[in-house]
Design a protein around this ligand. Structure first.
Ligand SMILES: [Zn+2]
Length: 525
């Protein structure tokens, strides 16, 4: 626990439960009992207080839910195993903007603390095999998720003061059920609802429905110290090769991979829009004499997947990083991180061993980043361009320039100190610039060039348009200048017929009709 007991009990009495309020009203209306007795009665009605006198612990979620108390409250405590802990984003709005305040506030926008909030969730399973997804309190900080993972995941906990939100079926919540399916069949025999409660039964098909519940932090209480439940099924770490070569069309999978390229879709910051990552691991990079597999794979981090600050920081940095992906989805050959997926950083310690960067996580079973040699070969191997390639992947490409997109070819000055192109002409010395970014005088600005070329490659009947990097453009222009007797200008005609590559390129767009056409972008690895 990282909040003092006093705070916890204060939270327990917070006015969240209508059931409690009704209970109190009932008591006040019908009796003249003293306040001490009122407290006892209202406590008993809603299982508050944890005294255990009038509440009993139930082993079945279904039984507890069927014996529902007032106002949707589940009257009984239920013993469950927390199979997964994750968080979901909460839409950016403040209650104040919906319920207009009587006194006009100075600002109508949501308070900053309310923005980008996330809600803690657990997927629990009872000893009969039934699952429930429980939405708990808002996390003060997204990074607190790790603490709750350590505290709860894999452990037997008691659920109390929960409410039923909805009964959902497999058809309506395919992604939630893909997570449930990954936990099925259970690793130990289940209890049976039949006449012989002491007997266990072999697991049948995975459940076809489950309940969505809501509660608060105090609704989950773990019982028995550090031991993990025998019903807990931790995420199985797979290699990317295992995942790509699996015959399952849709499945949940957990793995550790190196992120070699990141791309933020939409013009927003990371954390706002979708993020595409290009991943690889030693299983994809090693020699593959049998069943050759791709060298890299694309993963989409959906906006419904909450990213912690260390992950966001790594995604905003150009450096290559290693991350663990827990319960991501393979859907039709694409990897996705969605609602119940958890992305964590893995760091390389000075001795070259890998470990989770989460403090104190070494001893914890849920962490996928085990200490291990980093055996990723350098440079990273990429697949050659092929007609089957899909957008957001990387490949290597060699070709001859057959055309230049004149509309996109231009050059502009940039600061020779910091590289910024935010320059202003000095009024007193028009031949010089002032760099707005580093506040220095720029005498000899660098020239930045943008150039998109059409390439012919070994891929016949395919139009390839490639946005080149500055270093490639410069080398082509310099070669052109050496061959001719011209001053190295930026005459695009000089580059025709020049061979380029092998280039590492990111596949931006692929159109197959009326003919195969790809928009590519050279990247630095
Ligand atoms: Zn500058």
């Amino acid at each position: 626990m990282f909040i003092p007991r006093g705070l916890l009990s204060a939270q327990r009495c917070s006015p969240y439960s209508l059931c409690r309020t009704f209970g109190l009203l009932e008591v006040c209306r019908t009796t003249e009992e003293n306040s001490a007795k009122q407290t006892t009665v209202s406590g008993a009605l809603c299982s508050f207080g944890g005294s255990g006198v009038l509440t009993r612990c139930c082993l079945s979620l279904l039984e507890a839910i069927e014996g529902l108390g007032q106002a949707g409250c589940v009257g009984q405590d239920v013993e469950v195993v927390v199979q997964r802990v994750y968080s979901i984003p909460v839409p950016d709005y403040s209650p104040m903007t919906i319920l207009k305040p009587r006194v006009p506030s100075r600002s109508s926008s949501a308070p900053p603390a309310e923005k980008g909030k996330t809600r803690l969730c657990v997927l629990v399973q009872d000893s009969y095999g039934m699952f429930s997804a429980v939405q708990l309190h808002l996390l003060p900080c997204k990074d607190d998720l790790h603490e709750y993972c350590h505290m709860w995941q894999g452990r037997t906990c008691v659920l109390r003061d929960i409410k039923v939100v909805q009964r959902v079926t497999r058809e309506r919540r395919t992604r939630l059920f893909s997570l449930i399916d990954s936990l099925w069949p259970p690793v130990m025999p289940l209890k049976d609802h039949g006449n012989t409660p002491s007997e266990s039964r072999p697991a049948g098909p995975a459940p076809s429905f489950c309940y969505l519940l809501s509660g608060q932090e105090s609704s989950v209480e773990h019982e028995d110290g550090q031991t993990l439940s025998s019903l807990y099924l931790p995420p199985t770490k797979l290699t990317l090769r295992d995942i790509l070569q699996s015959d399952l069309k849709t499945c949940r999978c957990s793995f550790v991979a190196t992120v070699i390229h990141k791309r933020i879709m939409q013009s927003s910051d990371v954390g706002q829009g979708e993020v595409w990552l290009v991943l690889t691991d030693p299983s994809l990079q090693e020699e593959q004499p049998e069943r050759p597999c791709r060298r890299t794979v694309a993963l989409c981090v959906n906006t419904s997947c909450v990213l912690t600050s260390s992950v966001l920081e790594a995604l905003n940095s150009p450096a290559v990083c290693r991350m663990s992906f827990r319960d991501s989805i393979k859907e039709h050959g694409v990897l996705l991180c969605v609602e119940q997926s958890v992305v964590e950083m893995c760091s390389v310690d000075p001795e070259g061993r890998l470990e989770s960067s989460t403090p104190g996580s070494e001893s914890l079973s849920h962490s996928l980043c085990e200490p291990k040699e980093n055996t990723l070969s350098q440079p990273v191997r990429l697949d050659p361009l092929s007609p089957e390639i899909t957008p957001n992947c990387l490949c290597s490409l060699t070709g001859v320039i057959v055309g230049v997109d004149e509309n996109t070819a231009y050059s502009w000055p940039a600061c020779n100190h910091c590289g910024s192109d935010n320059l202003e002409v000095l009024a007193e010395r028009p031949e010089n610039f002032h760099c707005v970014s580093c506040k220095s005088v720029v005498d000899k600005p660098d020239t930045k060039i943008q150039l998109e070329v059409f390439l012919s490659s070994s891929l016949s009947n395919c139009t390839l348009k490639v946005k080149l990097q500055q270093k490639t453009i410069m080398s082509i222009l310099n070669t052109a200048a050496l061959e001719g007797d011209k001053f190295p200008g930026y005459d695009v005609e000089n580059v025709l017929g020049k061979e380029v590559g092998p280039l590492a390129v990111y596949v931006r767009v692929v159109t197959r009709k009326p003919s195969l056409c790809m928009g590519l972008e050279e990247i630095c690895l």
